[in-house]
Design a protein around this ligand. Structure first.
Ligand SMILES: NC(=O)c1ccc[n+]([C@@H]2O[C@H](COP(=O)([O-])OP(=O)(O)OC[C@H]3O[C@@H](n4cnc5c(N)ncnc54)[C@H](OP(=O)(O)O)[C@@H]3O)[C@@H](O)[C@H]2O)c1
Length: 268
């Protein structure tokens, strides 16, 4: 199936690890021109080399997206070095878990800075440019955004209230902006992963194992047994859906929030 992604310029925030890295691999394999962004140069170099060994090339840029000016800088840099951005995949961020009794206003603010704003800053910068392109009639498809958010924004969990609130806010921003920017042909969608086997989740499983005095394999098996599909997602499964949502095959899909939790939350 031709996804129409060849030569598209794809900016992937958080592209050095986990779901973002799986997206970088998937889009580059489709012949897209991929740029990845994260904070740590060592993570970027590791991802770059890994993909190079697989015969894939990506442009890499260091930035901390919790700083508002970073988004404008990286979008400008990527637009100059690679080309005007056709696709933005937002996957940079992670919210800390808090005991609800230690959850103060500072923790809520820190969580918004760790998860909400690193999505909002690049999204607003890319949207502004995509809309300008559409208004100037420069031609070509106007562009599309996929936000990797999280099921924690749909179901409150005692230890993930601040992170869940950031995710819920990102969902509202996704559907609201999709509604407005559809007039320019710009599509915005989101994926809500459940537990997905990235390094971050593997670390959390190790921690849980040590707290329970069991080994990591047992802790992982217990966690996975709670999922109706019987296992956690693989990052490449999330990337496949991001690929589809960003592709011309999803040309009439906008404002959609796709749950990918293995059937865990029977919600409409
Ligand atoms: N894995 C799951 O089970 C799961 C479930 C639901 C939702 N999600 C969401 O999906 C997204 C990706 O998760 P993941 O598991 O792939 O995470 P991950 O493996 O920890 O990767 C996160 C990526 O974001 C980068 N990053 C983090 N903060 C950043 C910042 N302020 N500026 C720039 N880059 C930043 C990291 O690189 P550097 O450290 O080099 O910056 C890394 O490349 C996250 O928003 C997460 O909340 C994940």
């Amino acid at each position: 199936m031709d996804l129409g992604l060849k030569d598209k310029v794809v900016l992937i925030t958080g592209g050095s690890k986990g779901i973002g890295l799986a997206c970088a691999r998937a889009f580059a394999s489709e012949g897209a021109k991929v740029a990845i962004v994260s904070r740590d140069p060592a993570n970027l170099a590791r991802a770059y080399e890994q993909l190079k060994q697989e015969g894939l090339h990506v442009h890499r840029t260091r930035a901390d997206l919790h700083e508002s000016h970073s988004a404008a800088e990286i979008v400008e840099e990527v637009s100059t070095a690679v080309g005007p951005i056709d696709v933005l995949i937002n996957s940079a961020g992670a919210a800390r878990r808090y005991d609800p009794e230690t959850l103060d206003a500072d923790a809520f603010r820190a969580t918004m800075e760790a998860k909400y704003f690193p999505y909002i800053y690049p999204q607003q910068e890319v949207l502004r440019r995509m809309a300008e392109r559409a208004k100037s009639g420069q031609g070509g498809a106007p562009g599309t955004i996929v936000n990797i958010i999280g099921m924690g924004g749909k179901i409150a969990s005692d230890i993930h209230i601040a992170g869940g609130a950031a995710n819920a806010a990102l969902m509202l921003a996704t559907v609201g902006l999709a509604h407005y920017y559809a007039r320019y042909g710009i599509r915005i969608n989101a994926i809500n992963p459940g537990s997905t086997l990235t390094e971050r989740v593997e670390e959390a499983v190790k921690l849980e194992a040590s707290q329970q005095g069991i080994d990591s394999a047992d802790a992982l098996a217990r966690g996975q047994a709670k999922v109706p599909l019987g296992r956690y997602a693989k990052p490449e499964e999330i990337a496949d859906v991001a690929l589809f949502l960003a592709s011309s095959r999803a040309s009439y899909v906008t404002g959609a929030i796709v749950p990918m939790d293995g059937g865990s939350a029977p919600l409409i």
